[in-house]
Ligand binder design. Structure first.
Ligand code: ZN
Length: 536
């Protein structure tokens, strides 16, 4: 009875005792759930399945309710699938997603005692040249490789760090275990040790006038080689408004987090953040970043810096209590902010996190009272999207973009924040469906995190995973997932025009458009995982 393809789509890393268990079932029921003794625990029949608009699957979400710890079997017709319920099923994957960032470390070697078979010698250690004045060289160390490539970009890095720091501030029991990284055991939680590795790099990206360079990359992407073999000249690319604002925000946030662990480090970050803000104030008119002629690495072009400045003003107000920053944040808020966006292109949601969970009433009527109402209204959209999907996935069919995992995880973050503010269980349960999506309850029957799940991503677009000669990819990296909005001609050729958006995916190394990894896709998943990894 196990030979036919399963009709069940489940969270392949298991389910938590105390939280509702949901599985997606293709076709017609009924569904029988049996325990390890073979006794029927639930028998569920349901109406004709509806067609999921994003995948074209006829699918039903079956709510199995709260289940006791144990091993179970789902049965439907001739097919079955095993699922487990245990107290902390997502502890390993949540911490692996943090450790995934360790494997992205640049400038240092990864040692076998921490990285196992994925160890490699130091990479990118030569001084970087300033693109605009190539007679100037600077030695800049550390930072994470951004994604499948070896570039390092300030705005994506700042956003990644912020996700980690808020995960730790809000859900410390869910993300504070040791990771077996070089700093383990130094008295600081490893999630903060790992974030510091990027913060130290961000600090070095500041110019003496307070602005931040947009990125540190070569002029072109490397071939699929190991990082230590990537020896072409790296350049400090021109400064950028969005990067400067995001760095200011992230460093001001980090000041508050690290103050009790290392005050001089924290003070250095606050000084840097205020210097960046002064530069922004002196340069009110945005110039969007443009790749200089001859440069072909990641663009990360921000079309405006409204949300970036808003987030920075919120964090600087939280760090200093200065009315100057509160007024700036209020003015930027009045210009309109999207409060459920957490990615590099719009960071309004990070400002909302600061106001709603750090500043709270202290933020005043505009930044707490009004903002909270606006946030609650905006986050309803995430719930509505989840309800419109056959798999409960909070994503419209036409929003399967490059890195679609980011909006899915962002919507989960918004729904978790809503739950924290309102206690609404339906919001929590919908957020949980996004976590299930990432871990296998999706139209591809695929766990998007490398190293986890029965059917998992094997060939991510990630240079070390492609070049290290080891069959299994570097673990703990989340794939960007299906993308039908902007993809390569070769992807379109393979998948054809009729493949539905939620299945527009190739587990193939060249497919950066569907199967790349990125630090800022791992980090919102850490936030979501940390929340659900807390004791119920
Ligand atoms: Zn490197």
């Amino acid at each position: 009875m196990h030979s036919e393809p399963s009709v069940f789509r489940i969270n392949q890393t298991g389910y938590a005792a105390g939280l509702p268990v949901t599985a997606a079932v293709l076709g017609n029921g009924p569904v029988i759930l049996k325990n390890a003794e073979g006794e029927t625990v639930r028998s569920i029949s349901y109406d004709t399945p509806r067609t999921d608009p994003a995948s074209a699957d006829a699918v039903t979400l079956v709510d199995l309710g709260i289940l006791a710890e144990g091993n179970y079997t789902l049965e439907c017709g001739n097919t079955s699938r095993r699922l487990t319920v245990c107290p902390a099923p997502w502890n390993a994957v949540t911490h692996a997603l943090i450790k995934g960032l360790y494997y992205q470390r640049c400038g240092c070697g990864l040692q076998p005692e921490h990285a196992g078979v994925y160890a490699h010698p130091p990479c990118h250690t030569a001084p970087a040249r300033d693109w605009e004045d190539q007679s100037v060289s600077r030695r800049i160390t550390g930072g994470w490789h951004d994604a499948g490539d070896y570039g390092k970009y300030v705005a994506p890095g700042a956003v990644t760090v912020a996700h980690l720091l808020y995960a730790w501030k809000l859900f410390p029991p869910g993300c504070s275990e040791d990771l077996n990284i070089p700093e383990t055991g130094n008295g600081v939680p490893d999630i903060l040790n790992e974030a510091r590795f990027e913060l130290e790099w961000i600090l070095q990206m500041q110019r003496s006038d307070g602005s931040f360079h947009h990125k540190l990359t070569k002029s072109h992407f490397a071939a699929f080689i190991m990082p230590q073999n990537d020896l072409d000249q790296e350049y400090l690319m021109p400064v950028c408004w969005c990067a400067t604002a995001d760095a200011a925000a992230c460093l001001a946030l980090a000041y508050r987090v690290y103050r009790s662990f290392d005050e001089p480090f924290a003070n250095r970050m606050l000084l840097s953040a205020e210097h960046a803000w002064a530069w922004l104030t002196a340069h009110p008119d945005l110039v969007p970043f443009t790749n200089p002629e001859g440069v072909r690495t990641g663009w990360y072009r921000g079309e405006n810096d409204k949300s970036n400045r808003f987030w920075a003003a919120c964090e600087l107000y939280a760090a200093t209590g200065s009315d100057l920053y509160r007024k700036a944040a209020e003015n930027l808020y009045a210009a309109g902010q999207s409060l459920t966006q957490f990615g590099w292109s719009d960071v309004g949601g990070l400002g909302a996190l600061c106001c709603l969970f750090d500043l709270k009433e202290e933020a005043g009527e505009v930044l707490y009272g009004r903002l909270k109402n606006d946030f609650l209204r905006q986050s309803e959209e995430s719930l509505a999207l989840s309800r419109a999907s056959g798999y409960g996935t909070s994503l419209a069919p036409n929003r399967y973009i490059w890195g679609s995992i980011l909006p899915v995880m962002s919507h989960a973050m918004a729904m978790i924040m809503n739950t924290l503010l309102t206690g609404r269980q339906e919001m929590r349960d919908a957020a949980l469906l996004q976590w299930h999506y990432a871990l296998g309850m999706n139209a591809l029957d695929l766990c998007f995190v490398t190293g986890f799940g029965e059917h998992t991503v094997r060939n991510p677009h990630h240079r070390p995973s492609g070049a290290d000669g080891i069959e299994a990819p570097v673990p703990g990296l989340i794939s960007g997932g299906p993308n039908k909005c902007f993809c390569y001609p070769q992807t379109r050729e393979k998948l054809g025009p009729d493949t539905p958006p939620a299945k527009y995916f190739l587990d193939e190394t060249p497919s950066a458009d569907t199967n790349e990894i990125a630090i800022y896709w791992n980090s919102p998943a850490v936030f979501v995982g940390a929340y659900f990894n807390m004791p119920v």
